[in-house]
Design a protein around this ligand. Structure first.
Ligand SMILES: C[S@@+](CC[C@H](N)C(=O)[O-])C[C@H]1O[C@@H](n2cnc3c(N)ncnc32)[C@H](O)[C@@H]1O
Length: 322
C-alpha cells in the first residue's frame, strides 16, 4: 500500500482521502445513536425513511424477483451496516458486502447473526479497489456508495472487470442531483421567511447543520469530520459534477432507470425534521405516502427527472460491436 502524504490536502492525495473516508464512516457508526436521537435529515427518522424509500425498495425487489434464476450471488459495494445484503440473503442470494469502515462491518456481521442469515452473508472490511474476491458474482449493487469513490470511473471499471461475471448485472442507487429542484428551493425558502411560518422552523439547527450564515446564503465550510455532513470523498465527487445518468448510459446497457424524490425528501426535512409544530409534523407524516406517490408519478416525466434527488439504474455491460 502506498503511504499517504500527510502534508498534502486530502483532496490531492488519494490514499489520504481514502484514510479520511474510512475514519469518517467509523466515526459516523460510533455516533449513530446520537444521529438517530437528534436527526438532521429524514434518513435518520426510521418511520419516515421507510415511507420515502418504499418505491425504490419495491423496484429493487421486483427486479430481483424478475431475474431470480440468474442472480445467485452479489457484491454490495460500500455496504455500510449491511442492510441490503441482509435483505437479499433472506431471498436466498449469497450476499457479500464490502466497506471501508471496520465498525460498519462489525455492525453488519452482528445484524446478520441476529437475523439468522450469517451463513448466506459475508462481510469484508477494506477498500474495494484492493480487494480480490474469490469468485465473480451475478450482480453488483451499490446503494449510495459509488459517489464516495475517488476516481469514480477508474473505480467502476475496476469493479466491473474484477468482480462481475461477463453476463452479470448491476443495480445502483445513487444521488442524481446534488441539490433540490429550483422550484422546490424557492417554495421552501418563501415559507421559511414568512413571518407567520418563521416561528415554526428550527432555523438555528438548520444553520448549524448546513454551516450557512443566513437562510439564503451559500452552504458554509463544515468540518470534514462533521458526521452530519457529506463525507470527505463525497464532497470531492460533488465537486467534480459527474452526471451519473449520462455516464451510465454512455458506458453500459441501461435495462431500466427510475428517478425518486422531487419534493418528498427535501420538503420532509423542512416540514418534519426542522419543524417545531407537532401538529404540522403529524399532518406531514399522514400526507407523506400521498406525496411520495405523487413524486414517483411526476418523475416518470423526463422534464422533472434531472432534478430527482436519487436515481436507480439497472444495467449490464454493453454488447461488443458485431
Ligand atoms: C453513504 S454510505 C452508504 C452505505 C450503505 N450502502 C447504505 O445504503 O446505508 C457510503 C459507504 O461507502 C463506503 N466506501 C467508500 N469508499 C469505499 C471504498 N473505497 N471501498 C469500500 N467501501 C467504501 C463508506 O465506508 C460508506 O460506508
Amino acid at each position: 500500500m502506498i503511504e499517504p502524504n500527510r502534508d498534502a490536502p486530502a483532496s490531492q492525495d488519494p490514499q489520504r482521502l481514502l484514510q479520511k473516508e474510512a475514519q469518517f464512516w467509523d466515526l459516523q457508526e460510533e455516533k449513530i445513536d446520537s444521529l438517530y436521537a437528534r436527526p438532521h435529515d429524514w434518513r435518520f427518522v426510521p418511520k419516515i425513511a421507510e415511507k420515502i424509500i418504499q418505491p425504490r425498495v419495491d423496484t429493487l425487489l421486483r427486479l430481483l424477483d424478475t431475474h431470480k434464476g440468474k442472480i445467485k450471488s452479489l457484491v454490495d459495494i460500500g455496504c455500510g451496516n449491511g442492510w441490503l445484503c441482509h435483505a437479499t440473503a433472506k431471498r436466498g442470494i449469497h450476499s457479500i458486502g464490502i466497506d471501508l469502515s471496520p465498525k460498519k462491518i462489525a455492525t453488519a456481521r452482528r445484524m446478520a447473526q441476529e437475523q439468522g442469515i450469517a451463513d448466506r452473508c459475508e462481510f469484508v472490511a477494506g477498500d474495494v479497489m484492493t480487494w480480490a474476491p474469490k469468485h465473480k458474482v451475478d450482480l453488483l449493487t451499490s446503494h449510495g456508495s459509488l459517489h464516495h469513490f475517488p476516481e469514480f470511473q477508474k473505480a467502476l471499471d475496476h469493479m466491473v472487470e474484477h468482480h462481475l461475471k461477463p453476463d452479470g448485472l448491476m443495480l445502483f442507487v445513487e444521488p442524481n442531483h446534488e441539490g433540490m429542484a429550483p422550484e422546490v428551493a424557492q417554495f421552501l425558502l418563501k415559507y421559511a421567511q414568512h413571518p407567520f411560518w418563521k416561528r415554526f422552523f428550527d432555523i438555528e439547527f438548520y444553520l448549524e447543520v448546513t454551516g450557512k450564515k443566513t437562510l439564503e446564503g451559500p452552504e458554509g465550510a463544515v468540518d470534514e469530520m462533521n458526521v452530519r455532513h457529506e463525507s470527505p470523498a463525497g464532497k470531492e465527487f460533488f465537486g467534480e459534477h459527474i452526471e451519473l445518468d449520462a455516464f451510465f448510459s454512455a458506458h453500459f446497457d441501461v435495462i431500466e432507470r427510475h428517478f425518486y424524490h422531487y419534493f418528498s425528501s427535501h420538503a420532509t426535512n423542512a416540514f418534519y425534521v426542522f419543524m417545531k409544530s407537532k401538529l404540522i409534523r403529524g399532518l406531514w407524516r399522514l400526507a407523506l405516502p400521498w406525496i411520495v406517490r405523487r413524486d414517483t408519478r411526476l418523475l416518470r416525466d423526463p422534464k422533472y427527472q434531472q432534478y430527482a434527488e436519487d436515481g436507480l439504474w439497472f444495467m449490464r455491460r454493453k454488447a461488443p460491436p458485431a
